[in-house]
Design a protein around this ligand. Structure first.
Ligand code: DGJ
Length: 340
C-alpha cells in the first residue's frame, strides 16, 4: 500500500514538471497567439516596457470585447470600449504573468477620460528615481479622436494601482500617438504626434515627469509620423516610427539624432525581408534593450486586427547593428539564446 502511494506521488510530480516545461516558452514566434502564465492570451497593445529591479513590465491597451465601427464614422475608427491598461511581468521576456489592470476604466462618469466610451492608447510607464514614483503617460481620446490629449497617472509600485491625475495638451499642442524616453541624466521627454498627426513634438518633462517644462521642438514637420519608439545606443538617439494610415500597415522609418530634441535625420526603412515595406504587417510601439546581452535591442510591433482589435498580435524582432548599418530583418521565429 505504502509502495503504491509512493509511486503515485512520483508519477504526479513528474507529470506536473512535464506540464510546467511544456507551457514554458523559449522562442518568440511572430504573430502567434502568445499566452500568459495562466494560459490566457496576452492583452497589451500599443505597449511600452519598463525594466525595474531585474523584472520586465509590459504595459498596454487592454482591448477587451467587441470591436465596432461607430455608425457616425467617416473613417475607419474601429474601437473597443476602454477597459484600462494591463501589466504583465517577466524575468526572461518569454513567460509573462498577468499583474492585472493597473489603470482601470471609470464606468460611472461619462465625462471621464477613462470612461468606456472614450479611447485609451499607447500607455508608457517610466520610473522616476527622484520621486520613487512610477509615471504613466497615455494617449487619451474622445471616440471621434478629436480630443488629442495626454493623460498622466502615477503609482508607488510598477504593478499599480495607478492614480489618474488628469489630461492636457502638452504645450497646448495636440498629442496622439506617444511615447516616453528617459535619458541617462534622468531627464524625461514625451514624443507625440501633433498638429493633426503631421508633426512630431518632443516635449521635455519636469523633474517629477508629470508635466511639460514648456521646452519643446517640432520635428518631422508635415511628414505625418506615428507610433514613435525611441532608444539610445552609443550616445546616439534613434526613433522608429510608422506612417499615418489608421490601423493599416505602412512603411517604417528610422531616424537618428545627436541630441534628443533634434535635429533628427532620416535614415530610411530599417526593415528587410518578407513584407518589409509594410513593416511585416505591423506597426512600431517600443524598443526594449535586453539586459545581460551585449547589444540586443528588441523592436516591438503591433500586428493590428482592425475588425477584432482584441485579437491583435505581436511582432518582436531584434535590431541588427553592423557598423553604421541598422536593420530589422524578418525572422519568423527567434530565440534570445541566438544572441551573446
Ligand atoms: C494609428 C495609431 O498608431 C494607433 O495608435 C491608433 O490610433 C490608430 N491609428 C487608430 O486608427
Amino acid at each position: 500500500m505504502v509502495k503504491k502511494i509512493g509511486w503515485t506521488i512520483i508519477a504526479t510530480t513528474l507529470l506536473t514538471l512535464l506540464t510546467m516545461c511544456s507551457t514554458e516558452s523559449r522562442n518568440i514566434v511572430q504573430g502567434e497567439l502568445w499566452l500568459d502564465t495562466a494560459g490566457n492570451p496576452i492583452n497589451a497593445h500599443g505597449s511600452g516596457m519598463l525594466y525595474h529591479n531585474g523584472v520586465y513590465y509590459w504595459y498596454g491597451e487592454y482591448k477587451k470585447g467587441e470591436t465596432i465601427l461607430p455608425e457616425w464614422a467617416t473613417w475607419e475608427c474601429y474601437r473597443t470600449d476602454v477597459t484600462g491598461v494591463s501589466c504583465y511581468s517577466s524575468t526572461d521576456l518569454y513567460n509573462w504573468t498577468f499583474e492585472g489592470i493597473v489603470l482601470g476604466a471609470v464606468t460611472d462618469d461619462p465625462s471621464h477620460d477613462l470612461h468606456p466610451s472614450k479611447v485609451l492608447e499607447r500607455p508608457k510607464v517610466v520610473y522616476n528615481a527622484k520621486t520613487h514614483k512610477f509615471v504613466m503617460w497615455a494617449h487619451v481620446e474622445s471616440a471621434d479622436y478629436s480630443k488629442a490629449a495626454a493623460g498622466v497617472a502615477v503609482s508607488d509600485s510598477p504593478t499599480g494601482p495607478f492614480t489618474y491625475l488628469g489630461s492636457f495638451r502638452p504645450n497646448d499642442a495636440m498629442s496622439r500617438d506617444q511615447t516616453l524616453f528617459v535619458d541617462d541624466d534622468g531627464k524625461a521627454y514625451q514624443f507625440a504626434s501633433s498638429e493633426h498627426n503631421a508633426t512630431m513634438y518632443i516635449n521635455e518633462l519636469t523633474d517629477d515627469y508629470l508635466q511639460p517644462t514648456g521646452r519643446y521642438t517640432r520635428n518631422f514637420i508635415d511628414m505625418s509620423r506615428e507610433a514613435p519608439a525611441v532608444f539610445k545606443k552609443d550616445g546616439k538617439y534613434y526613433m522608429i516610427s510608422s506612417g499615418c494610415t489608421g490601423w493599416d500597415p505602412n512603411q517604417a522609418q528610422l531616424a537618428v539624432a545627436d541630441s534628443i530634441m533634434g535635429e533628427w535625420s532620416i535614415i530610411g526603412d530599417p526593415c528587410t525581408g518578407t513584407n518589409a515595406d509594410k513593416t511585416f504587417y505591423a506597426q512600431s510601439t517600443y524598443v526594449q534593450q535586453v539586459h545581460g546581452k551585449k547589444d540586443l535591442y528588441i523592436a516591438m510591433f503591433d500586428r493590428w486586427n482592425k475588425t477584432d482589435l482584441e485579437d491583435s498580435r505581436y511582432v518582436w524582432l531584434p535590431i541588427e547593428f553592423d557598423n553604421d548599418q541598422i536593420t530589422i530583418p524578418w525572422r519568423e521565429e527567434w530565440s534570445l539564446d541566438d544572441f551573446e
